[in-house]
Design a protein around this ligand. Structure first.
Ligand SMILES: C[S@@+](CC[C@H](N)C(=O)[O-])C[C@H]1O[C@@H](n2cnc3c(N)ncnc32)[C@H](O)[C@@H]1O
Length: 393
């Protein structure tokens, strides 16, 4: 079920709009749990017996394209994705002026928190953002109508609530909360003073770092001004001091060795390979010795069965995520080493969702060696585990 946005930037949907959002959430859960399980069963019964030994995800897609159930699943999933945005957009548009006014009040209210917002109207928007509507979101992250426009931020946060059918937690921050808890437990000696979240959008995975390390200066960076305006007001609404900066993560306007933790969440797979490499080089430059680069991402193809690789790459073909598969074909340890990190200091882990499994499971994961071993890793479905990797400088 949808967890509707509950902070001070909450929209005012009509009852019909709320019902539509709940319906779409339920439909998404049905597609990603029940229909995905039926599709796998059909694959095993009908397609797997005729696959050549060693067939990869691409070969499975080529075979599955002809299967009626795969077509049915894909058609419903695409439609559900379009309905995610359609179910929240009328509310966003109707409420936009009130929301902008409320955001301006919150941003100026220093009694709540002392965050800042630095926009750069001259920043060129990279083509991976400007040239398409990523995951079919109309207008994408960056459409800016001027005059304090934050509709893209509102559309993204409210849409994500519908999209994730409760799996991302009350404040959509389960990824950040689970990972920050895991890091604190696994490395109690690590006390970052400066934390940077790349591709932060509305800052929902940025703020858990402020909660986990209250003394740190936490900065969220993104190219999209409407998301950043929203992120700033959202952080103020939640009473957490964070700083938001409009910049390109491939060329960050911050000094060398100014950060202790450079984090990203669901970001790298939206970049072309040359930009992923530039971002990692930036992380290396920005980190102080002893600092950590940490990415929450989809697990790489090399770590998954061919079927799971096929399953996760669906978005690359049908959800306007053109870089998804190319990203997942990379080998993270190679990329980390290419950026300048010592390969021996690379690690990865599958972290149980705090909301789904509870704190004890995260504690157990922090004690365990970093294996992936579960087909729940990286799948937005019941029982999700978050895949992270990184390296120490
Ligand atoms: C899928 S969202 C990730 C949002 C958030 N971190 C999360 O966990 O859900 C990807 C974000 O990356 C931003 N982005 C894309 N390319 C970028 C770049 N080169 N530099 C900075 N931000 C970028 C987009 O504007 C978007 O807000």
């Amino acid at each position: 079920m949808t967890r509707h946005v509950a902070h001070d930037l909450a929209l005012a949907p009509t009852r019909d709009e709320t019902a539509a959002q709940d319906f779409v959430s339920t439909l998404r859960a049905h597609v990603l749990n029940d229909m995905a399980a039926s599709m796998k069963a059909r694959y095993e019964a009908r397609v797997a017996p005729r696959m050549a030994p060693g067939a990869d995800g691409r070969a499975i897609l080529a075979a599955m394209r002809h299967e009626p159930y795969f077509r049915f699943y894909s058609a419903v999933r695409v439609k559900a994705q379009e309905m995610v945005w359609a179910s929240v957009r009328p509310t966003v548009e109707r409420d936009a002026e009130r929301l902008a006014a409320r955001a301006a009040e919150l941003s100026a209210d220093r009694t709540r928190a002392e965050g800042t917002l630095r926009l750069d109207p001259e920043l060129p928007i990279p083509r991976n953002v400007s040239a398409l509507d990523v995951h079919l979101m109309p207008g994408n992250y960056h459409f800016d109508g001027g005059d304090g426009d934050l509709r893209a931020g509102a559309l993204y946060e409210n849409g994500l609530s519908v999209f994730s059918f409760g799996l991302m937690g009350e404040s959509l921050d389960d990824i950040g909360c689970s990972i920050a808890l895991w890091l604190k437990l696994r490395h109690p000696e690590f006390r970052p003073a400066d934390i940077l979240d790349l591709g932060c959008s509305v800052g929902h995975q940025t703020l858990p770092w402020k909660r986990a390390y209250p003394d740190a200066r936490v900065t969220g960076l993104d190219v999209a001004s409407p998301c950043l305006r929203y992120a700033h007001a959202r952080a103020q609404a939640l009473g957490l001091t964070a700083h938001f900066l409009q910049a390109d993560a491939t060329a960050v306007p911050l000094p060398d060795q100014s950060q202790d933790l450079v984090f990203s969440s669901m970001f790298l797979h939206e970049l072309p390979v040359e930009d992923i490499r530039a971002v990692m080089r930036e992380a290396w430059r920005l980190l102080r010795p002893g600092g950590l680069m940490l990415h929450y991402e989809l697990p790489p193809n090399e770590a998954l069965s061919a079927y799971d690789g096929f399953y996760l790459d669906w978005d690359s073909h049908f959800n306007a995520e053109p870089f998804y598969q190319g990203y997942r074909d990379l080998v993270p340890a190679d990329e980390v080493a290419r950026a300048g990190f010592d390969r021996a200091r690379y690690f990865h882990a599958a972290i149980p969702s705090l909301g789904w499994y509870g704190e004890e499971a995260v504690r157990a994961a922090a004690r365990a060696s970093g294996t992936i071993g579960s087909d729940h890793v990286g799948r937005l479905a019941d029982g999700v585990l978050w895949f992270v990797y990184g390296a120490w400088k």
